[in-house]
Design a protein around this ligand. Structure first.
Ligand SMILES: [Ca+2]
Ligand SMILES: [Ca+2]
Length: 218
């Protein structure tokens, strides 16, 4: 399959915060367009933050929805009902963000999955959002620094060699006024891995990686 230059896959492996003891690095494959991610996975949206059981425009501590737990560090979580200002691109539906700088983690619990994706909202400031992906023992599988700007709602999807149990979303600098956030969290399985055309778009898309290497596709 072909996706005209927008497709690239990367393996990223963490170079920081790994536990001692010779545990092998797990590989992450990163997608920035949904069509390519969808071609390599079988996933479904498990959370769109629209449910009436999720309060809107209200500071919240931890909450659980659809078996998934959302925890702030420590500033309150906030599900912004649309339309809501502060994002680079104004959401058209409810989006998970935070009061103050957005810094939260998502515990997938018994929905841990090898394929995880979501929509990404960034802000005007241009400070990157870092997402981190953890395995069953709290092992860091990899991280992505996302600084694609405000031109769109972006997609970010990762595939891992082992189930992802936790996703951490970190941003700082002006998050009290300018929001970042996620929507349409989707989980599922890996069905195939498609070839990598190259990494030339990395700088263009403003993505950074910890310990990047390209995957050789069988
Ligand atoms: Ca939504
Ligand atoms: Ca905020």
């Amino acid at each position: 399959m072909r996706h005209a230059g927008l497709l690239f896959l990367l393996l990223i492996t963490s170079v920081v915060c790994l536990p001692l003891g010779g545990i092998g690095l797990a590989d992450l494959t990163v997608y920035t367009d949904f069509a390519s991610f969808d071609g390599a996975t079988d996933t479904a949206i498990v959370e769109n933050f629209e449910s009436a059981t999720i309060p809107k425009n209200t500071g919240m501590g931890s909450f659980t929805s659809q078996g998934i737990t959302y925890q702030p560090f420590p500033a309150p979580l906030y599900v912004a009902a649309a339309p809501h200002g502060g994002f680079g691109t104004t959401p058209t539906s409810a989006v998970l963000t935070g009061i103050g700088d957005e810094f939260f983690q998502i515990l997938l619990n018994d929905k841990a999955a090898k394929a995880v994706g979501f929509d990404v909202y960034l802000n005007y400031v241009g400070s990157p959002v870092t997402t981190e992906y953890y395995g069953s023992t709290g092992n860091l599988l990899g991280s992505v620094s996302d600084n694609r700007g405000t031109a769109s709602v972006w997609f970010l999807g990762v595939l891992a060699d082992e189930a992802i149990h936790k996703v951490v979303w970190k941003t700082g600098n002006y998050g009290d006024q300018l929001n970042t956030g996620i929507d349409n969290l989707r989980l599922g399985t890996v069905t195939s891995v498609v070839p990598v055309p190259g990494a030339m778009l990395l700088g263009f898309l403003g993505l950074g990686y910890a310990g990047m290497r390209l995957r050789k596709v069988a």
